[in-house]
Design a protein around this ligand. Sequence first.
Ligand SMILES: Cc1cc2ncn([C@H]3O[C@H](COP(=O)(O)O)[C@@H](O)[C@H]3O)c2cc1C
Ligand SMILES: O=C(O)c1cccnc1
Length: 345
Amino acid sequence: MHWLTEPSPTPSEPHRVAAQHRQATLTKPIGALGYLEQIAEQFAAWQATDRPELHSVCARIFAADHGVTRRGVSAYPAEVTTQMIANFLSGGAAASVLCRQREVDLEVVNMGTFTPVADMPGLQQRSVDAGTRDFSTVPAMTEQQAHRALNAGAAVVDQLNCQLFIAGDMGIGNTSSASALMAALLGLDASETTGRGTGIDDERLAAKTGLINASLSLHSAHLNSPMHNLQCLGGFEIAGIAGAYIRAAQRRIPSLVDGFISSAAALVACRINPTVQRWLLAGHCSAEGAHQQLLDTLELRPLLALDMRLGEGSGALTALPLIESALALHNNMASFAEAGVTEEN
Ligand SMILES: Cc1cc2ncn([C@H]3O[C@H](COP(=O)(O)O)[C@@H](O)[C@H]3O)c2cc1C
Ligand SMILES: O=C(O)c1cccnc1
């Protein structure tokens, strides 16, 4: 069997049940901590313990350039991708600040930019090619490139030693790729999956939507499997993130999914290997309009909805304190018996 389709382990149902029983003994009305209780129970199942803890979180930002940027689909020029790689590593990007604040280990993975990026501490060079090709005229990648990008994502996760993985994305133009993938995989019109990304106006949004629909028609004969969708419409960073989610699930490492782009990568991952879904948790719902539907399809409930639309892992990193609170409550609250509080009638 190819590694991509190796099933991930099943999270421990007995430990989920044990954690549910513990929640029922804590000094609060039954269920009163709402979704925070289910998060603690989910971590119990993932870690196969009734007292789950979270000490080590790793974030990896996958960066790549997109040929489709030459069609004016983004409010920003493609060179921002490489400029932001330096900004992540010098500590000035949103993701850098949030990682510092929460003591999250951060590295950037160069999956393939138009211009080479010099080595820097914290940068992994895993370039597949100098950016993808323009998917509005040709397939974004060859099948071999798609596999190389998926393998690179897996290799990143193979090096990790952590209890929770966060993937971030950086790639000017990548909302076009994500929207095209979502439309192709869910059989939707691009008008249902396409948004403003970095903030394009109405006119450019209409052009972006039209371009994606035309691209779906162009590649229609080939859009017949998750791999072929990824190859025709994907980005190297999206493929890297998909490969990372698959390998993380296989290694029993849960992934906290970020925004629209990483969710599109999660959809690709789950279509390649449906057992990945049980190792995913959604950090937030992005302001990119189609994200909620994507999360519904993935059966993931976002922890936050703050109108963020940045990517980089920023939404997932912002949600991290809620997970820490869920686990602290689960582990440290007193039971009715310990506190001498009378239980329900
Ligand atoms: C300075 C800057 C920092 C970013 N960090 C993430 N993105 C986000 O915006 C891009 C996607 O939007 P579009 O498809 O419209 O280009 C991606 O790079 C994504 O990571 C950024 C964008 C900019 C401009
Ligand atoms: O939700 C995201 O990941 C997103 C949305 C807009 C631009 N960049 C990223």
